[in-house]
Design a protein. Structure first.
Length: 235
């Protein structure tokens, strides 16, 4: 038996949601261990992502140790959205949504690297947090709620408020929020509006297609960034 969106009907707690929350909490404790260097080992910065691509994902399991509200908000948002989305989508598709939204957040941050003006970020500027993942879940809820005939007004208001805060409050990586949001919106729409007979296929094809787009966007950004320093004789 499957849900309206093709997820396998299960009883009990949302396992993927609780696993991610648990991993983030454990990682946060490891960040607090003096001399371990846990944060530096897994955070994302644009230049570092070129040689250590796993940072595009691992950054989502780190949070600011100087502001408890950072991890508290993200874990609460993940708890609320996860309990709604995971049973509808199923564990595999929900897990893919979380992972790709996290990567999408890092790609969004990367795309603004080296851009001049207040919108840009430095190639050496680091970032941490599951916000890209969380905003991806917010984005996915918009088409899912529409597919179910329910109002998405509260999600829209929350996105607008957080969007404004990203430009007003310092040290908020709104670029990652935007990247996660777009990624989650695209993947959520694919899951929500897939024809019943094609839900299983689209559940595999859509994440693969989104991952390909993210990889191509990151590769293109790195190539454009490196092109000016290459001489005509270099390949």
């Amino acid at each position: 038996m499957t849900t309206t969106l093709g997820g396998e009907v299960r009883t009990g707690r949302p396992v993927v949601t609780f696993t991610i929350i648990g991993a983030c909490l454990v990682s946060f404790l490891l960040q607090l261990v003096p001399g371990l260097g846990w944060t530096e080992r897994w955070l994302f910065w644009p230049e570092g992502g070129a040689i250590e691509p796993w940072r595009f994902l691992t950054v989502a399991f780190l949070h600011s140790t100087g502001m408890l509200l950072h991890i508290a908000f993200n874990m609460y948002a993940l708890y609320i959205t996860g309990q709604f989305l995971e049973p509808l989508l199923g564990r595999a598709r929900f897990g893919a949504l979380c992972a790709l939204s996290a990567v999408g957040g890092s790609v969004g941050f990367l795309l603004f690297a080296g851009v001049s003006g207040p919108l840009g970020v430095s190639w050496m500027q680091g970032t941490v947090g599951a916000s890209g993942m969380v905003f991806g879940l917010f984005g996915a809820m918009l088409p899912v709620l529409r597919r179910m005939g329910r109002s998405a007004g509260q999600i829209v208001v929350l996105l607008v408020i957080n969007g404004v805060l990203g430009f007003v409050v310092p040290n908020i990586a709104w670029q990652a929020h935007l990247g996660g949001l777009v990624t989650g919106l695209a993947l959520g729409a694919a899951f929500a509006f897939a024809p019943r007979r094609s839900q299983r296929v689209i559940g595999v094809v859509a994440p693969a297609a989104v991952l390909l787009v993210l990889v191509l966007a990151a590769v293109a950004k790195y190539q454009l960034a490196l092109a000016p320093v290459l001489t005509p004789g270099q390949v």
